[in-house]
Ligand binder design. Structure first.
Ligand code: MSP
Length: 569
């Protein structure tokens, strides 16, 4: 089934609901959670990925966050093509104890480590066709200005005070933890060491004077925000989880560290002895990108969609909206949450040596193939397991055989010798089911095209049922029906190609080019399915197909031997 999990994240949309022949306009897109208010041609939408820690090289989980944001953003551009209407930012999170410690371990200056790893993320995203419009590094001067300004606003509004903070801190997760979230595990020397219950990362006891944010004041405003906008956080279980967290007391939040302990960060304005907490620093990146504190940022805020993994939900759904409300701004419009990738059933980690390198996956499975796999297989509300065989099986069956095979069947010289988008014959395929007559060729099942067009395999079933290769172009009885079968299948392919653009941009381009669909005919606004069935003209009927472009997606298992060899090396 060509059900793409991204589309599940979007809600009830095209491929998952099926295209309705009886109502051929793809109206369902207007009901997707990106929302009617985003639909106006001049309305702006701003998509963000989390900014990525530069302590280690990127892995497939990072790429997944970026791909989801990319596909959502490309999908939005299909609906609202004006280039000025959509902005998409990503970047690297370069300050904090985690980076300071990673640099020390690597024997590098923190800035050197940041340059190296940030460049790796930028290269990966270029290779994976991430269509971001902005890349931010938190070590840039523009970001320091934004963070210090934001701090000043909170201070001026009386929301920061100095106090003694005492508790557990987890440097790997860059977060404070209450006693209840800490457990003991045997460390390398066998002694019991305190670790975070959730992540398993080591924690250490901290006691110092810090600046503290009056987070506790925001419990009710946050509840009001979430209750008033049930789609603020999707999928729903995450929205629910945040409301549950807010049932409990919300303690104030320490938002700085002693500079003697944490020097790699942005100093508190007017107090060099303190460095701003890395999460406050990192979250403000979303404002820096759009020009904050200059007024221009207001044209992009709050029409913002944050795409994040579930591990950073609390920071985005509690701390960030509270900080924004504190600074006199609105919370973001949407928070899309996804779950995690495990590898052969285990959490990915450097120490287990099972980190999957996304660049070698892009090489092995092609950019479109790997994008398709992650977006098709990943599910927003539960974790997904990665292993190579799964990728090969999925891509071979869905892209190479089902989609590629269908295209081949409808365009091959033997079946379609004129190389055109053939005419649809309303006598062979009347719009009323149940009509009988010598020229009626459509069968009862063919009227279930809602299902046929909802999935590539079922379109293949339609073609298989009518076996166009057994029909004869020279026969006046067969020819109109043969053309009609190909016309319907090509219409299905055109719809699949259009809808696949956000997921597999090059493959969709290849498919649509082969069908002769021009660049201006690929938007959602242009997407009318099978207009001839409703007695409307079809702009493609009789048109020459585009030139041959070879296999749409080559089968991978033929190169299996190579794959296994590549793996062993
Ligand atoms: N720097 C913070 C985010 C700050 S945003 C203001 C951070 N960085 S991260 O590099 O650790 O994670 C970035 C993204 O990658 C998050 O969305 C996270 O959920 C995602 N992933 C990291 N590991 C993952 C998997 N194994 N699977 C899927 N995504 C996961 O958090």
């Amino acid at each position: 089934m060509l059900r793409i999990s991204l589309l599940r994240l979007l809600g009830r949309t095209g491929l998952s609901r099926g295209l309705c022949l009886r109502d051929s306009r793809l109206r369902h897109y207007s009901s997707c959670p990106l929302g009617a208010r985003d639909d106006a041609q001049d309305a702006r939408a701003y998509f963000t990925t989390p900014i990525f820690y530069v302590n280690a090289a990127p892995h497939i989980g990072h790429l997944y966050s970026a791909l989801l944001a990319d596909a959502l953003c490309r999908y939005r551009r299909l609906r609202v093509p004006s280039a000025a209407a959509t902005r998409f930012s990503t970047g690297t999170d370069e300050h904090g104890l985690k980076i300071q410690q990673a640099a020390a371990t690597a024997g590098l200056a923190p800035a050197e480590l940041c340059d190296q790893v940030s460049a790796q993320f930028q290269q990966l995203f270029r290779e994976a066709s991430i269509s971001s419009t902005d890349f931010i590094r938190t070590t840039e001067a523009r970001h320091r200005v934004a963070v210090q300004h934001f701090w000043g606003v909170l201070k001026a509004r009386g929301l920061l005070y100095k106090g003694l903070y005492e508790g557990w801190y987890c440097a790997s997760d860059e977060c404070f933890l209450p006693e209840a979230k800490v457990t003991r595990q045997p460390g390398p020397s066998g002694d019991l060491c305190p670790v975070s219950l959730e992540s398993g990362h080591p924690v250490s006891w901290t006691k110092e004077e810090n600046y503290i944010f009056r987070l506790s004041q925001f419990r009710e405003p946050l509840q009001r925000w979430l209750r008033g906008d049930p789609r603020a956080i999707t999928p729903e279980p995450f929205h629910h989880a945040v409301l549950q967290w807010l049932e409990e007391e919300l303690p104030d939040l320490s938002v700085s560290r002693r500079s003697s302990h944490l020097h790699w960060g942005i100093p508190v304005p007017g107090d060099d002895s303190q460095t701003i907490y890395v999460w406050l620093d990192a979250l403000v990146n979303y404002l820096t990108v759009i020009g904050y504190p200059n007024a221009e940022f207001k044209s992009w805020w709050p029409t913002t969609s944050h795409i994040i993994g579930k591990d950073i939900l609390k920071f985005h759904a509690i701390y960030w909206p509270a900080l924004l409300l504190g600074a006199g701004m609105s919370p973001p419009h949407r928070i899309y949450v996804h779950s995690h990738w495990t590898v052969c059933g285990q959490k990915m980690s450097k120490s287990l040596g099972n980190v999957v390198d996304p660049r070698s996956c892009l090489d092995r499975y092609t950019v479109d193939g790997f994008r398709y796999f992650l977006l098709r297989q990943g599910v927003p509300h539960w974790d997904c397991d990665y292993y190579d065989e799964k990728v090969v099986k999925l891509l071979d069956s869905e892209l190479a055989d089902a989609l590629g095979g269908l295209l081949n069947r409808c365009t091959a010289k033997r079946i379609n010798p004129s190389g055109t988008y053939p005419a649809f014959c309303t006598t062979c395929f009347p719009s009323e089911p149940g009509l009988v007559g010598p020229s009626v060729r459509a069968q009862a099942e063919d009227y279930a095209l809602e299902a046929v067009s909802s999935c590539v395999r079922q379109t293949n079933g339609f073609v298989q049922r009518h076996a166009p290769w057994k029909l004869n172009w020279q026969s006046p009885v067969d020819a109109p029906w043969l053309g009609t079968v190909l016309h319907v299948a090509l219409e299905c392919l055109r719809v699949f190609g259009t809808l696949l653009q956000p997921v597999t941009p090059s493959l969709a381009d290849k498919l649509l080019s082969r069908l002769g669909v021009s660049a201006t005919e690929r938007g959602l606004g242009e997407l009318y399915f099978l207009p001839r069935f409703h007695g409307h003209p079809c702009p493609f009927e009789g048109r020459r197909l585009g030139s041959e472009t070879g296999l749409l997606f080559p089968r991978l298992d033929q190169s299996r031997a190579w794959l296994l060899k590549a793996h062993r090396t």
